[in-house]
Design a protein around this ligand. Structure first.
Ligand code: XMP
Ligand code: MG
Length: 170
């Protein structure tokens, strides 16, 4: 049986792109900036990570989105009149977020912004930029800090480039 412990996973990482410490520092900075800009306002933070309040998946393979999005589970609460920040792991083609922001705007929130930990602008297929961005990264497939490849590598504490041999072998 394959051992999927962190030590084993480290071997599949071609390059550590952003270290645990760099992520911690940047997340703190973004948190402080958002807290300042929304001071005194009630904010709805919408995560659409697979484990959360709203779950979205797009049809496509493990590395890229088709842009056709399916809502697996919608939010429980109404966002009408609320200040909403969508927390996103990575903005790639931008198709997922462009769809989601269009959908949520129809619910008439007081404001709607996007915060993405990572941004890969080279891959953009539509006009959208995150309002808050942790790091701009090159056009490479990355994993770790919540980002997975077929459900694996999510628990790595840093963001690293997945060695292409991992998906080319398959
Ligand atoms: P868009 O619609 O912006 O989709 O193309 C963004 C979603 O695509 C996935 N994605 C990645 N996942 N490493 C990953 O683990 C990557 O380098 C990567 N690039 C895109 C991810 O689900 C993201 O939400
Ligand atoms: Mg995502």
């Amino acid at each position: 049986m394959k051992n999927w412990g962190t030590e084993f996973m480290n071997k599949d990482i071609a390059e550590v792109l952003i270290t645990e410490e760099q992520i911690r520092q940047r997340v703190k900075e973004l948190g402080e900036q958002i807290s300042r800009e929304y001071a005194g306002k009630e904010v709805v933070l919408l995560c659409h990570l697979k484990m959360d309040f709203m779950s979205i998946s797009s049809y496509g393979d493990a590395q890229k989105t088709s842009g056709i999005v399916r809502i697996n589970k919608d939010m429980d609460s109404s966002i009408t009149g609320k200040h909403v920040i969508i927390a996103e792991d990575i903005m790639d083609s931008g198709l997922t977020l462009s769809y989601l922001t269009r959908l949520l705007s129809e619910r008439q929130p007081a404001s709607l912004r996007v915060c993405a930990l990572l941004d890969k602008p080279e891959r953009r297929e539509c006009e959208i930029t995150p309002d808050y961005c942790g790091f701009t990264i090159p056009n490479k497939f990355v994993v770790g800090y919540g980002l997975d490849y077929k459900g694996y590598y999510r628990n790595l504490p840093y963001v690293g480039v997945l060695d292409p041999k991992v998906y080319e072998q398959q």
